[in-house]
Design a protein around this ligand. Sequence first.
Ligand SMILES: *Cc1c(COP(=O)(O)O)cnc(C)c1O
Length: 234
Amino acid sequence: MSEANIVENYQEIDEKIRKAAERSGRKREDVKLLAVSKTQSAAEIKALKELGVPFFGENRVQELEEKDAELKSDDIVIDWHFVGHLQRNKVKYLMRMQNCKMIESIDSFRLAKEVNKRAKKNERIIPVLIQINIAEDDNKFGIKAENAEDFLQKIIKFENLEVKGLMTILPYLDEEESLRSYFKELKKLFDHLSQNVKKLSELSMGMTNDYQIAIEEGATIVRIGRALFGEREY
Ligand SMILES: *Cc1c(COP(=O)(O)O)cnc(C)c1O
């Protein structure tokens, strides 16, 4: 996709985020845009960073390392969020990258333990989100809603993790009302945990197909790929 198109896409999305935030009684700056740049080039990432996109998401460690090196050789330092299923043997590479600022996809206790261990080795505290499989979709990773409170209680004991909130990936659903009800359910869980276990600040939900609904239901981070960059070519 040409950089001119990316600028146009960005402006359109920025406006839609603003309007959806207003519909939920909030402001544009209450909702952060995470540009999901998997399969996209360093040049496209650079164009979006120049427009003010605060951070970028990747779902594969090797791809992330390669792009990061390419951008750094151009003196560009990106704040990355890791958003994919993370294998434990890859955690050490991610934790060495000081500009990997958040792992949004903590989906098991063993992973949380490994991230804590590697963060400690690198003398850092890493912000994380717990991935919740709110739709109980067999094809998705994540903690079941009913186990979320126990899970949070356990992982807040890890000193090198800073649990900031929750994330979810919904299956593709045509019905706006079913999407909305899952987002509502996650927001309710977020509020419950925030009041009863630990104050949480980030609720990462909504992608290209459903981000406006997610914002109306309380998302603080939307993760957008295709609406920004165009369709992915693998
Ligand atoms: C690819 C991906 C996205 C972005 O999806 P789009 O439909 O392209 O907006 C968001 N979150 C995660 C975890 C992803 O893997």
